[in-house]
Design a protein around this ligand. Structure first.
Ligand SMILES: [Zn+2]
Length: 312
């Protein structure tokens, strides 16, 4: 079988070629293993739908290196991120997978944030009658960029909105600017589960030079707000760390990473090394086992250099 190595936000996955026949995943699927080389990789199936242990109704749909949560209730389905950027077959598969679980209508499609790799391709959901919901800043960006394969949200969230459907409560919470200025934490209070995309990587350094990040300090403050919510498992938007769910310790570890990175870069900035020399010299050996450490650490350093040596 031909393999190709694809890189996603902090994740390396060896995946079956897209012309391989689609496989129906077993009822309970093993999370994809992270692979270090295509020679040793065991290719996970291109997609998988997994019910979250201990719940009756919370599912993870993974397509290649992206994941979404969907929740099945007595009165319909709450779906999230269509993950269909440049691959409409992912959206078709997502809807087919939901239909294998339930014949209830899909009532909502909620965007985690406005980045195309997570939210492009949602039209088939809209055509089935789903109401599209996102943070108000997401809608504003999407109206500006006018990307043709993104459905503009029907409803927006400011700081918080609660969706109640068929006995399920889902809180959509804005914790401030981080990886974007419109990331929503989706919180199922009864199930004590959150779905948080891209701004809480698990044992993985941050994406490149934090390209859509207006404030590194707001990001840390938002992580503390996430810790204050009542939950014990996190579904991420990419399968990090072997595909496991996140914990509050992962959030604490990320805060530790960001504060260690910030302190080291401040020293480099004060010594006049920002940005090019600092990008070569600053190392954080405590985190060298984290995903994307070699590739993205220098770019993470670059972003904090702007903060400490330029003030933004
Ligand atoms: Zn993103």
């Amino acid at each position: 079988m031909r393999l190709r190595l694809l890189t996603y936000t902090g994740v390396f996955l060896a995946l079956a070629a897209t012309n391989a026949p689609a496989q129906t995943p077993p009822a309970s699927t093993t999370p994809p293993a992270t692979a270090t080389s295509p020679q040793t990789a065991v290719a996970p199936p291109p997609f998988a739908t997994t019910k979250v242990d201990g719940t009756d109704n919370v599912y993870i749909f993974r397509y290649q290196g992206h994941q979404s949560m969907f929740v099945v209730t007595n009165d319909g389905v709450i779906a999230t991120d269509p993950i269909g950027y440049l691959r409409p077959q992912a959206v078709k598969t997502y809807i087919d997978e939901i239909k294998k679980v339930t014949d209830k209508p899909i009532k909502y499609l909620i965007y985690s944030h406005h980045h195309y790799d997570h939210i492009a391709g949602g039209k088939p959901f809209k055509d089935l009658g789903a109401k599209v919901v996102a943070h108000k800043n997401a809608k504003q960006h999407l109206l500006e960029v006018k990307y043709p394969d993104v459905v503009i949200p029907d409803e927006v969230v400011d700081n918080k909105k609660t969706i109640k459907l068929g006995g399920t409560t889902l809180d959509l919470i804005y914790v401030g600017r981080n990886h974007s200025d419109n990331s929503l934490v989706m919180h199922l209070p009864k199930e004590k589960i959150i779905f948080a995309v891209d701004f809480i990587p698990i044992q993985t350094v941050l994406f490149r030079n934090l390209p859509d990040t207006a404030s590194v300090t707001d990001w840390e403050a938002g992580l503390k707000k996430v810790l204050a919510l009542d939950w014990d498992r996190m579904i991420p938007g990419h399968p990090y760390a072997g595909g496991r769910l996140g914990t509050k310790k992962d959030v604490q570890d990320l805060i530790g990473y960001m504060s260690d990175l910030s302190a080291e870069v401040k020293k480099a900035a004060d010594a006049g090394k920002c940005a090019d020399q600092a990008m070569k010299e600053v190392k954080l050996p405590k985190y060298e086992k984290w995903g994307s450490y070699e590739t993205f650490l220098p770019m993470n350093v670059e972003r904090y250099c702007y903060y400490w040596s330029r003030g933004y």
